[in-house]
Design a protein around this ligand. Structure first.
Ligand code: SAH
Length: 343
């Protein structure tokens, strides 16, 4: 496979151009082109044809291709099915809020975390996405919409910390002011709780928002719902989140998908006990239906009671707005869609 120039940070791209006997400024030039949506080397029109040909001997630029685009009739949420260079597919969702566009991107093709309520993990993991494929979802969506995307959540298909090095590189690339220039505070990484990686990430000097998928207040129930809980106890996981907060100053969000399994007031009480003394926030999501899964939502009153209990007992909690319900664009519903259609 040729080197994908979109996998390089600005420093790396500059070093690469120098190694080719070109001026350092060429690195910045190409970095800008990639961020603005160049789909190939030939799109970089201020590089001479000769230089493009020279680069093409070993390198390329490739942007994920839109295979399918669905727009929600309910709220305008857009779901893209992107095709990657090797034919693999991932889903990406763009939501429009009053403060701008937010994109929910995938970090892997499939997932091996095995959460028992989630569709993304049904066919296991195919591979992690390269940095240019993670950033490319933002760039391709932005190019298609003709609008700037201001917020990025890594909450689509895959476990970002199971693709750690590529996620770090991706973050460097999209934060760079010469490219997309997306600030740390406008980026959220969601993890099922790989505690050792959370600790490592706390030391990277990238103070993005961290969302931790908790979903259960005790280890027994969490192990039933999320195999990752067999590797890390809730206590270990919360300790890693505390470290993240202490090092970055960013308040951690805990995600909690409410179902009949984990949505009673007794669960709310146990959750409040765990989180009461932490500077954090709980994001409640009524569990989204996935046909292969047997999770059932609690009714609206129970959801409200759960949320009220937390708020009345020292834990700040809000209910996630549901978007794109008619195009299966909600949390846990993303998958390698074309594969499913073929079944
Ligand atoms: N692997 C990461 C990010 C992808 S999932 C993580 O686990 O956090 C994004 C969020 O959707 C997670 O909080 C996940 O637990 C949640 N989720 C998965 N399936 C869901 C479902 N059916 N209903 C509601 N939320 C779900």
């Amino acid at each position: 496979m040729p080197l994908n120039l979109g996998d390089l940070t600005l420093d790396e791209l500059t070093a690469y151009m120098l190694s080719m006997g070109e001026g350092a400024f060429r690195g910045k030039q190409i970095f800008r082109w990639i961020s603005r949506g160049a789909g190939s080397l030939d799109d970089c029109t201020d590089l001479s044809k000769k230089l493009r040909e020279k680069l093409a001997l070993n390198a390329e630029i490739y942007l994920p291709q839109i295979r399918k685009k669905m727009v929600s009739k309910l709220d305008g949420t857009i779901k893209y099915l992107f095709e990657l260079r090797d034919g693999n597919l991932v889903e990406t969702v763009v939501m429009s809020y009053h403060h701008g566009y937010s994109v929910c991107i995938s970090s892997q093709v499939g997932c091996r975390m095995g959460c028992t309520f989630c569709a993304s993990t049904l066919n296991g993991l195919v591979r992690g996405l390269a940095p240019h494929e993670i950033a490319g979802q933002i760039i391709a969506a932005q190019r298609d919409l003709g609008e700037k995307i201001s917020n990025v959540v890594v909450m689509g298909i895959g476990e970002p910390f199971d693709n750690y090095d590529n996620i770090i590189k991706f973050l460097k690339i999209i934060n760079d002011p010469n490219g997309l220039g997306i600030g740390w505070r406008h980026i959220t990484i969601s993890t099922c709780g790989l505690a050792d990686k959370i600790r490592r990430f706390a030391g990277e000097g990238m103070p993005v928002n961290l969302a931790l998928s908790l979903h259960a207040p005790d280890d027994g129930l969490r192990r039933e719902m999320m195999p990752v809980a067999k590797a890390y106890t809730i206590a270990e996981t919360l300790a890693s989140c505390d470290e993240y907060f202490n090092k970055t100053g960013r308040r951690v969000t805990f995600e909690y998908a409410l179902s009949e399994k984990n949505g009673s007031l007794a669960h709310a009480a146990a959750l409040a006990k765990l989180l009461r003394h932490r500077n954090c926030h709980v994001n409640l999501i009524p569990v989204n239906p996935v046909s292969e899964r047997d999770y059932v939502r609690t009714d609206r009153e129970s959801v409200k009671a759960f949320m009220d209990y937390l708020n009345n007992n020292g834990v700040n909690a809000t209910l996630r707005r549901e978007l794109g319900a008619d195009i299966s664009a909600s949390c846990g519903q993303l998958r390698n869609r074309e594969i499913v259609d073929q079944l």
